[in-house]
Design a protein around this ligand. Structure first.
Ligand SMILES: Nc1nc2c(ncn2[C@@H]2O[C@H](COP(=O)(O)OP(=O)(O)OP(=O)(O)O)[C@@H](O)[C@H]2O)c(=O)[nH]1
Ligand SMILES: [Mg+2]
Length: 577
């Protein structure tokens, strides 16, 4: 290769050659060579085109801002569902596609992220609805590793709430482009100029209003699109199941002005003038760099502004791009297939009690039945059961391209964070870990159902719903669960009962802090440690030693008096990555 970089086609050719052979040495006749390169060029063109039409994004925010509602409306406007369901579905009403889990329907909150793949306007969208509650943030943060952009939903009456701020920080660190949807404009909202100012002041990001609300609260009736200079006035439809009828026209068009009072109209004009006077223009490069967020207004529940958001997002959001791992750049066009598992979910379909590993394809092409290298086991595995996902529905998929999220069934050895690839040199280390802050024993009150209890718990642990710790030198056989937040315990108990028919009883443990010990610490060194009152040694699922402390003070005290035994809030290996 003479140290030169190969173009995509040549790289593809090179990669297909038996190892050790350079491209130039391929002993083909000219004709065969020409045909061969035409085929490769076509497949390279295909993969490039397929990558360019992928949009993989998550919807994020503080709880209750309206992510699931907006997701459902994006599906409605994207033509993926005919009738939008509701998060607060009552009898005779459809529930939303993304909150499909029993407990989600019961509680009206999202507990687990959901993948929805659908086609719209020539694009293939991989949309991920995430839970807002902080107890489930581990799931949300994992999703953020798998997407190329996010839509940040803000409740316009409340502005930026704490969980949105945290999620925003993660996106900023990862350089993920952020699109903002100011939702719930049908309720008395903050002044839109104030909301824009808040984005810039609180989050420190540039904000460019792509459109603007017309009217506020009960008077809210439309959106002005600053890019096309058109006004869109909507009609409310009961339950928001169908698309909202809309009239589009110029700002001064009386037909479009609808029922807007003169005062409200004058206020809108004034605000628009102020925006124009600010003189900012849309800066695509700043959006892609995550430095500016395009802002859209609307009301998910009433379908106002959803189409404008969908079209605006698709126009300005990025296709999958290269990922850098250990200093090596892996382009999506790289001929080697690669991807990583960011989520595992069991029992999505009551008819098939199985377990799906969600993989984000990062490079190359996925073909059903292909054989890949599995990073954890360092073995070759054949991927025969692959699915495209739509909430809890699935359909066999034969091929997939970078950006796609697909579900793989039938591989019990797959775990969160694993890389699957045809090039074993590629290894993704994307998955963040969280420090548990809540600890409880989980008892099995019904010994006759021990098998169900154990099997269910093992599956949920493998899914990463919760972590488990094992006390050192202890006769207690009851599992000690460790969670980021207590709602995770509730999910475990509910799912054990509904999916495995196993009852359980929770007993809070006295610890509130866990710290990891150095990975190479010996058993003798563990014996020699002098622990503060109430502290206890344990192991995590990867057999790393930890200390459970009763409180932060006790952990700090141990740290100060044992400088030779450094503690870390996460397993050392992960903390370094
Ligand atoms: N008035 C009004 N209510 C809305 C709107 N969008 C959503 N809601 C309501 O807000 C509540 C929360 O909506 P969800 O879509 O479940 O919110 P979420 O962000 O997915 O919540 P989590 O996933 O639990 O964090 C529901 O009662 C919705 O009906 C809107 O545009 N206007
Ligand atoms: Mg939700």
């Amino acid at each position: 290769m003479n140290g030169r970089t190969l173009c995509g086609v040549c790289a593809a050719r090179q990669a297909r050659l038996p190892s050790g052979l350079a491209f130039k040495a391929f002993p083909a006749s000219r004709l065969v060579g020409a045909v061969f390169s035409a085929i490769l060029r076509d497949s390279f063109v295909t993969i490039t085109e397929e990558i360019q039409r992928r949009r993989t994004f998550a919807i994020i925010s503080h709880p209750d801002a309206g992510k699931t509602t907006l997701t459902e409306k994006l599906l409605l406007y994207g033509g993926a569902v005919q009738l939008a369901g509701s998060v607060t579905a009552r009898k005779n009403q459809r529930a939303t596609t993304s909150d499909w889990m029993e407990l989600e329907k019961k509680r009206g909150i999202s507990i687990s992220s959901t993948v929805l793949q659908f086609d719209y306007d020539g694009y293939r969208l991989n949309l991920l609805d995430t839970p807002g509650h902080k107890d489930f943030s581990e799931d949300t943060y994992r999703v953020l590793t798998a997407v190329d952009a996010v839509v940040m939903v803000i409740d316009s009456a409340k502005g930026i709430e704490p969980q949105t701020r945290k999620l925003f920080e993660v996106c900023r660190q990862r350089g993920v482009p952020i699109f903002t949807f100011m939702n719930k404009c049908d309720r008395p909202m903050k002044n839109p100029l104030e909301l824009i100012d808040e984005l810039e002041r609180v989050l420190g990001i540039g904000a460019f209003p792509v459109n603007w609300p017309i009217g506020n609260g009960p008077e809210f009736q439309g959106i002005y699109d600053r890019q096309t200079k058109t006004m869109h006035t909507f009609e409310r439809v009961v339950g928001g199941k169908h698309r909202a009828p809309v009239v589009v026209g110029g700002l001064h068009d009386p037909e479009v002005r609808g029922n807007l009072s003169d005062a409200e109209f004058a206020k809108t004009l004034e605000e628009l003038e102020m925006l124009e006077m600010a003189g900012e223009s849309f800066d695509q490069a700043a959006v892609l760099a995550g430095k500016t967020t395009p802002v859209f207004f609307g009301s998910g529940v009433n379908n106002f502004g959803v189409q404008l958001l969908l079209d605006g997002f698709l126009k300005h959001s990025p296709a999958p791009k290269s990922r850098v791992m250990g200093g090596i750049e892996i382009a999506p066009e790289n001929p080697s297939f690669s991807g990583f598992i960011f989520k595992i979910q069991a029992n999505m379909d009551p008819k098939h009690r199985d377990r799906i590993a969600f993989i984000r394809v990062c490079s190359g092409k996925f073909d059903r039945d292909m054989t890949v290298h599995h990073s954890r086991s360092e073995k070759k595995v054949r991927l025969s059961s692959s699915h495209k996902l739509f909430g809890n529905e699935r359909e066999t998929v034969d091929e997939a391209y970078p950006g796609d999220v697909i579900g793989l069934v039938g591989h019990d050895s797959f775990g969160i964070g694993d890389t699957l690839t045809t090039d074993p040199k590629i290894l993704y280390k994307e998955i963040p870990r969280f420090t548990p802050e809540a600890f409880s024993y989980l008892h099995n009150p019904n010994t006759g159902k021990y098998k169900q209890f154990r099997q269910g718990l093992d599956q949920l642990l493998q899914e990463g719903v919760i972590q488990a710790l094992y006390l050192r030198n202890s006769s207690i056989k009851t599992p000690l669960l460790a969670a980021v937040g207590p709602l995770q315990f509730e999910v475990v108990q509910f799912r054990l009962e509904s999916e495995y028919g196993a009852e359980s009883r929770l007993e809070p443990a006295t610890w509130s802090v866990v710290r990891w010990l150095p990975q190479d610490i010996t058993e003798d060194a563990l014996d020699a440690l002098s622990l503060p009152t109430g502290a206890k040694l344990a192991y995590d699922i990867g057999k790393n030693a930890v200390i459970l402390f009763q409180n932060e003070w006790s952990a700090n005290y141990f740290g100060e008096t044992n400088k030779n035994t450094p503690l870390s809030a996460l397993p050392v290996q992960t903390a370094k990555e």
